[in-house]
Design a protein around this ligand. Sequence first.
Ligand code: TSB
Ligand code: ZN
Length: 648
Amino acid sequence: MVEAEAVRVRLKDQTIREYPQGITLSDIAQSISAGLARVAVAARVNGAVMDLSRALGTPEAEVDVEFIMLDDKDGLEVYRHTAAHVMAQAVSRLYPETKFAIGPVIEDGFYYDFADHVFTPDQFEAIEKEMQTIIKADYPIEREVMSRDAALIFFAERNDRFKVEIIQDLPADATITVYRQGEFVDLCRGPHLPSTGRLKAYKLLSLAGAYWRGDANREQLTRIYATAFAKASELEAHLKLLEEMRERDHRKIGKELKLFTLAKEVGSGLPLWLPNGAKVRRAIERYIVDLEESLGYQHVYTPVLGSVELYKISGHWEHYHEDMFPPMQMDNEELVLRPMNCPHHMMIYKSDMRSYRDLPLRVAELGMMHRYEMSGTLAGLQRVRAMTLNDAHIFCTPEQIESEFTRVVRLVERVYKDFAITDFAYRLSLRDPNDKEKYVANDEMWNKAESMLRKSLTDLGLPFTEAKGEAAFYGPKLDVQVKTALGKEETLSTVQLDFHLPNRFELEYIGEDGKAHRPVVIHRGIVGTMERMVAFLIENYKGAFPLWLAPVQARVLAVTPDQHEYAQEVKDWLLERGVRAEVDIRMEKIGYKIRAAQLDKVPYMLVVGAKEAQARQISVRRRGDGDLGVMDLDAFGVQIRAEISARG
Ligand code: TSB
Ligand code: ZN
C-alpha cells in the first residue's frame, strides 16, 4: 500500500496544518471545530469559492483555505444559489411539466426563469411549503462532473431544451458540472451548500415576464423573484424594507393621488396626465421656463415631427434608428416622430446669420419627443415612449465652453436645491470605443470632448464616477444619477458636449476676425423629462409635495351645508390670487373631511364653520403641523403666497 501524500493547508490565521491527500473541505472544517463545520457554507481555496464537499488533491505546495460563513458576501451568494435550486426542485415536484432556464443570484435575492407552466402568485404558498419539505429531508447536495457529450445526452433525454442550448454554446473541452439533491439535478457551476437542510429563511416575492437570453425575439419565460436570508429576523427586516419601497412607488402613489394614468387603449408607455398631475407639471414648467429666461435662455416651439432627411443629416438615422418610431409617408415626404429636439434647434440656429456677438445662443424648449423604448423597460412615468424634455442647446464659441458648462452645472445645483433633491450623484458618461455602431467615428473629437468634460468637472471640484458606453452617440455627458424607489439607477439631468452636430449641420458664426467659424453645442436637460422628474419627485416626497408644487395647495372644508357658499367664496378668492384651492362640500362629517385631506396630502386645510363664515375667517390646519388656529382670510392670503414664492 502506498501511503497518501500529505496536503499542506494554510488557514486564514496563517497556521499550517497537514492532512492526507483527498481530504474534503468539510472534514478540514470539522478538524478545526464542530462549530465551524456547522456554520461554514463554502470555502475559498486559493481564492476560488468551492463546495465543502470538494476534496483537496494537490500535494505539491501549500493550499490557502478560508472558510466562508453567511456574513460573507460570497457565502450568502452560495446560500441563495442553493435556495434557487430548492425552489426549482419544489416547482418540478408540483408542476412536472415546467422547464428550467436559468436561476442566478442577484442583489438581495435570486430568481429562476421557467417555461411551460403558467405561474400565478397564489401558487407561491404551495411552492414555499414544498421547499420546506425539501429542507426537512436535508438532501446532501452533490457535485458531479460530466463531459460535454454526456451532459448533452443527459439533458436532451429529459427534454431540457434550455439546458441543452446552454451546453451547446460551451466549448467542446468545457468542464461541465451538475448538482444533485434528492431526485433533482440541475446544470450548474456551483458552488452550493452541503445539504438542503442548511436553508432557513426564504420567501417567494413576485412574478415577471422575461425572455430567454434576454432577447425579445426568443421564447417568453416566467421569472419568479425570491430571496433568502440566514435568519428569519433578517428576512423580515428585508420584507419590511421592500414593503416601504412599494409604498413609495410612484405608480402606486400616482394612482392614489390621481396624478396620471396609463391605458391599454391609448398605447404602451403613453401616459395621460390627470388634472392633479398636470398641476404639478405646470408648476414645474412655469418655474423652469421663468428661471431659464432670467438666465438668458430663448424659449422656442418646434414640431414633434421631422423629415427623415433631417435625421440623416444629424446622424440619428445612422446611430439612433433603433430608438425611433418608424417613419410615415406623406405626399413626397417621409416623416418621423422626433426622438430628440436637437436637429430642430440646429435649424433654428441656421435660420439666421450669426456673429460672435450672438453667442452664446441658448435655445430652449419644453420639447416633446418619442422614443421606441422596449416594452419590458417601460415603468409608469419613469420610462415612457412619449415625453417632454426641459431641453436646451447652447451654441457657443470653443472659448465659451467652460464658462457655459459651469453655468449649467450651477443651474443644476440651484434646481436640485429648490426641489430639495439631496440624494444624487454625478456620472461622467463616456463612449465605448469598441462600439462602432452606436458612436460616431472620430477618435480625436471624442478624446478632446471627454478630456474637456473631465477637466471641467475636476476644476469644479465635483465628485463623479465614470461610465463607459453611456455617452450620447454624438458626445460625452455629465449625467446626474438618482435612484428610484425600487432601487434602480436613472438619469435625471444631463449636460452633453457636442462637436459633431455643428459639423453635420455646417453651423457657422462670423468671428471678430470677420471670418466664418464653427460653434460648439452643449445639450442639456435640467429638470429632465417632465415624466421622469415627476415620477422621481412623487417617490422623493412620498406623495407629500412641498407647498409650491402641490397639486392642491389649500382645501376649504365646510363644517355644515350652511357654510357651502362661504367655502366656495374662500376657494374663488384664493384661486384669483394664484393659489391652487378646492372645496370639500360633501355631506360628510368634518373629521372625515380632515382625514381625507390628510390622505390626499393637501398642505393646507381651511375649516370653515358658522363663526368663521361670519367673521370672514378660516380655521387653518397645516399638513404635519395640525391646528394653527383661526386667521383672517386676508392675512392667510398674504402668508400662503409668501410661502409659495419662497418654495419652502
Ligand atoms: C439634452 N439631445 C439631448 C438633449 O439636448 C438628449 O435628448 N439627451 S438624452 O437622450 O440623454 O435625453 C435627455 C433626458 O431625457 C435623459 O437624461 C433622461 O432624463 C430623459 N429620458 C430619456 N429617455 C426617457 C424615457 N424613455 N422616459 C422618460 N425620460 C427619459
Ligand atoms: Zn440635444
